[in-house]
Design a protein around this ligand. Sequence first.
Ligand code: GSH
Length: 253
Amino acid sequence: MNKLSSSIAGFLLASFFIAATPAAIAQGVAPMPEFTIYHLEGRRSERLVWLMEELGLPYELEFTRGDLAASMAAIRAINPDMPVAPTVVYDGQVLVESGAIIEMILARHGGGQLVPPLESPDFATHLMWIHYSEGSLAARAIADYRVWQIQPPTARSPLVDSEAVVQFAENFLDGKPWFGGEEFSAADIMMLFPLNFAFVLNIVDSEQFPNINAWMEKVTARPAYQAMLDKARPDGMVGSLPPLPSHAPSGPR
Ligand SMILES: N[C@@H](CCC(=O)N[C@@H](CS)C(=O)NCC(=O)O)C(=O)O
């Protein structure tokens, strides 16, 4: 057994025998309670399936194959006030926000996996990208997509726009192999969805971002990502949004 597989085996054994005591929770080695991911194919709920596959932790996946409306009806039934994917039921608690759910699972059950060492500079940027993925990147890409549909822009916005938020990510990958820094981390899991959204829907010109393209090839080749695709997107992409006929204006602001 190599060093990695023996430490994973040790971690799994430890989690099997350790009860969810306050000490085990604080050390991040508590056994996983019942965890159901309410899912829509090709949407942000894939992040949680990918996370659980990376960690080798158990989960239930709830969706109706090939039928987004039926999958959404299941989400509405348990979370009528905020029906979004992912919605999860974790030990009886109904939760939303993929980033918060990921941080919680890593803190209680991750055993230090997928998080850079607390004292390293990578820890700060890892946390930055976890929050940037939704707070700046997805927010601006989705805003630009919606604005474009109402009225295609003729000039770049003076405000930080999709191109600027993607460029910031591109620049970071000039010096680092992962959004986790030296190692793959949960930040990489968080960043894929909005970058993919921006590229596939033609919100930005994907050819302008070679570092991100190279990173996408690496992350999507991971066995845990492929396992996620098999389980959570068995028929490929379902119900894609239409790409913009041309991306928003590019260049200096
Ligand atoms: N910030 C949330 C966003 C959740 C979200 O908006 N999910 C989309 C799918 S990718 C959704 O359910 N949209 C349905 C809607 O907005 O009505 C997260 O990261 O979990």
